[in-house]
Design a protein around this ligand. Sequence first.
Ligand code: PGA
Length: 248
Amino acid sequence: MSINISIVKDYDEMSRRAARIIADAIRNKPNLVLGLATGSTPVGCYQELIRMHKEEGLDFSRVITFNLDEYIRLPPTHPQSYRYFMDENLFRHVNIKIENTYVPDGLSADLQRTCKEFEELIKRAGGIDLQLLGIGANGHIAFNEPGSSFDFRTMVVNLSERTIKDNARFFKSIEEVPRQALSMGMGTIMEVRKIILLASGVGKAEAAAKSVEGPITTDVPASILQRHPNCIFILDEEAASKLVRKAR
Ligand code: PGA
């Protein structure tokens, strides 16, 4: 088992390639269970999916989605909440039924129960068919920071000081950055049927190389993807620049 690598020229080509895989999966299975990610990386892919919906009739009416993570105690109306991000960047531009879009509920009064229910919902949907992922510069996936167990399920996580600082640029001040989030665990992510990980830019090159070619270690959470039976990394040339073995 190893990670399939697809190296493309730049961010736009990465986005189009990912969108095409997702669109083909939806056409093959109109009630696809699709795992989604937030952050700057997937925005271009979502824009391409919106274009395909508008110009080519790509139909989201039966698609079910699950997002990887959400901040705790940030209302869905807050521009930095991941629910708001998904609504703005994808959901309100396509014909998806909003009741079929699941983002962990960071406002829940019983977060442990919410985590369990999220796992239940994924199971009841039949499992995630296709999961889109980004990667952090330190190799993190969702909010699974280095050191997280590969067995974790959806859980409450404390954001690391590094992540709080990194994310402060999106908030008015560092005090406003939530200290906790809900996140699928690597155990949840490893059960999906197919994974597409996107990375663009030189800032991701080291994380990509370590994940693909380095030892499998909790120090680099994405390295566990080497054990996934159906995982593709779509990297632009900069993100692929530190790979030893290159393929196209
Ligand atoms: P980015 O974040 O897409 O904004 O680079 C990815 C991540 O940290 O998982």
